[in-house]
Design a binder for this molecule. Structure first.
Ligand SMILES: Cc1cc2nc3c(=O)[nH]c(=O)nc-3n(C[C@H](O)[C@H](O)[C@H](O)COP(=O)(O)OP(=O)(O)OC[C@H]3O[C@@H](n4cnc5c(N)ncnc54)[C@H](O)[C@@H]3O)c2cc1C
Length: 499
């Protein structure tokens, strides 16, 4: 764990934001005997992991792929609670079903034996052997990386000087993810299943370093689960447990200012309603750029933050439908033929995908309660440019883009009548302009891209370099974007207090 600890009293903690990272920090600190108050601007916990319902259809608003549930266990156990008393998790089998432009279908199973058979059936026995070698590589990569570099506060480059770093280098960890996966796999379809996750990290598979192969490990080897009630149930569970153990969560309460006392330490948080809450420690579960701009006194922002590079964004189309897909699955990836151009289009050129690759989540496939009887809930995610590298007029485009996506899905045969659009009963879109209106820099919910310069110790740490009782957690800080990683960041921020 980190050497950077909060000096002085740590009894009264204010956490700003009840996102998953903030809740994880609150649980740890509550479990360690601190008096914790969480301020949350909205009416419910979870931040991006929200939920909305319309006409009997329930929709997750953000994450849908849950990996590493052990980190939820860990957060709950820090206050002596068991996950089984709070959440019903169902492993997804398969985790994904990938559809390719040539009509082939490849399912992703976490069990290596089962996946090997699937690969042998679709890509041939030689590729199955290649896949098995890749499983060994990615499993080792995860084992080498997780403890020393992910579950650890990294305050400077010197924190990288350890034997595991040499192992990672030998394993090609700093080479491009694409080139390392190519060393193992020949079939471009299978390669995509282990590289598309670079998008989660906000970079192309060529630009991503192979250390980000761990996301593919988590997705395609360690396994994906679905919480009954949707991903928001995770936030509800964490919030319920922390309140049960004595923390207070003040909803509809926006923090407007963090005060520094005479000793240059954080001393209080002031809310938009004018309440002043004295604090020994403040944990910000707010994007660092936003926090420095809106909440903290001037002069505290690290210099690098001004040159920040943000991830591409996402256009979401939430659909309540009477249509059932011909081969329904919880997570379907529909790859366009022009997959390799997609990254250039959305990241470099700031354009929409010319041949969209889409993630279609169908929670009612696993959890019929997510839709009225006989109907389906769909969540279609289209990666798109963020607002920093494009000038797309999203308020004008959104409805049209949803129609375009419907046409793509129709053409690709995603509804038994051959027309995805025919079954639409509820339709809602969320795009970059909406993410920006919610205060997310560059209109992306995926925060800072995981470029090499924004990775590990080069990403914002969980503790302010000069103000030791000012802590950070969430997607914008170490280790990064995603449900498991923000849960880790909450744990790492709390470790600045508890050791
Ligand atoms: C469309 C989409 C799909 C995704 N898919 C996946 C996926 O499948 N798997 C995965 O692992 N991850 C996924 N992610 C990423 C993951 O959801 C996020 O990285 C993670 O949930 C972010 O958590 P966080 O702790 O940073 O907090 P956030 O969710 O950003 O929450 C921050 C909270 O702080 C509150 N807040 C902000 N400012 C203030 C203030 N001044 N006062 C009070 N409260 C404040 C906000 O209201 C919010 O509730 C997805 C995200 C999105 C949006």
């Amino acid at each position: 764990m980190s050497t950077g600890r909060v000096a002085g009293p740590t009894d009264r903690v204010v956490v700003i934001g009840a996102g998953l990272g903030g809740l994880a920090a609150a649980l740890r600190l509550t479990g360690a005997g601190r008096s914790v108050r969480v301020l949350e601007a909205s009416a419910v916990p979870g931040g991006l992991a929200g939920r909305f319902a319309q006409d009997g259809f329930s929709f997750d608003t953000g994450p849908t792929v849950l990996t590493m549930p052990s980190l939820i266990d860990d957060a709950l156990e820090s206050v002596g609670e068991r996950r089984s008393d709070w959440l019903d998790l169902r492993p997804l089998h398969p985790a994904y079903t990938a559809h390719y432009a040539d009509g082939s279908v490849l399912r992703s199973f976490s069990d290596p034996g089962e996946m090997s058979e699937e690969v042998a059936g679709v890509c041939g026995p030689r590729e199955a052997a290649n896949y098995e070698r890749l499983v060994r590589y990615l499993t080792t990569l995860f084992q080498v990386e997780y403890g020393p570099f992910m579950d650890r506060n990294l305050d400077g480059l010197s924190d990288l000087v350890r034997p595991e770093a040499a192992t990672l280098l030998r394993m090609g960890g700093l080479r491009s993810l694409d080139s390392v996966i190519r060393r193992y796999l020949d079939d471009p379809r299978l390669r995509r299943l282990f590289t598309f996750q670079a998008l989660y990290a906000g970079v192309s598979p060529r630009a991503a370093r192979a250390i980000y192969g761990v996301i593919g490990y988590l997705d395609s080897i360690a396994g994906v689960s679905y919480p009954s009630g949707g991903m928001h149930a995770v936030a509800q569970a964490l919030a319920g447990a922390v309140v049960k153990h004595g923390a207070e969560i003040s909803y509809r309460t926006t923090a407007s200012r963090v005060e520094l006392g005479a000793a240059g330490r954080v001393s209080a948080v002031v809310t938009a309603g004018g309440e002043r809450i004295p604090a020994d420690v403040v944990v910000l579960n707010v994007n660092p750029a936003t926090a420095y701009r809106d909440l903290l006194p001037p002069g505290l922002a690290p210099r690098g933050l001004r040159r920040a590079r943000y991830s591409p964004s996402a256009f979401l189309w939430h659909v309540g439908s009477s249509a059932t897909m011909p081969s329904p699955a919880h997570h379907t990836i529909s790859f366009g033929a022009a997959w390799s151009q997609t990254f250039g289009e959305i990241i470099r050129h700031g354009r929409l995908m010319s041949d969209p690759s889409l993630l279609i989540t169908n929670p009612s496939f696993t959890d019929p309660g997510a839709a009225p009887a006989g109907k389906q809930t769909y969540y279609v995610l289209a990666p798109c440019p963020n607002l920093a590298n494009s000038s797309i007029d999203w308020p004008r485009l959104s409805r049209h883009y949803a129609e375009e996506i419907a046409q793509v899905l129709d053409k690709r045969g995603f509804d038994s009548n051959g027309a995805f659009s025919s079954g639409v009963e509820v339709s809602q879109t969320v795009g970059p302009a909406d993410w920006a209106a919610a205060g997310l820099p560059a209109g992306t919910p995926f925060s800072l891209a995981h470029t090499l310069g924004q990775t590990g110790p080069l990403r914002h740490p969980t503790q302010h370099p000069a103000v030791d009782n000012l802590l950070f957690c969430g997607a914008g800080v170490q280790p990064g974007v995603g449900v498991p990683t923000v849960l880790l960041s909450g744990r790492l921020a709390a470790a600045r207090v508890t050791g």
